[in-house]
Design a protein around this ligand. Structure first.
Ligand SMILES: [Zn+2]
Ligand SMILES: [Zn+2]
Length: 60
């Protein structure tokens, strides 16, 4: 699940599939949003699309 909102993030890795197929591999996650995640989740739980899009909208 998404470490920011706690909802499903549709991450292939989290669903037990290859992370290479995950949508998150095709997205760019800004450093600023990664800083909001605690270290224990970094590289394990993907941020969901909603949070990524909301962040991009807010940061312009
Ligand atoms: Zn989220
Ligand atoms: Zn993923």
């Amino acid at each position: 699940m998404c470490p920011l909102c706690g909802k499903a993030n549709d991450c292939a890795g989290a669903a037990g599939r290859s992370h290479a197929d995950c949508w998150c591999m095709k997205e760019i996650f800004p450093q600023e949003i990664l800083k909001q995640i605690s270290k224990e989740y970094l590289g394990k739980a993907c941020i969901c699309k909603k949070c990524l899009e909301a962040f991009k909208r807010n940061s312009g």
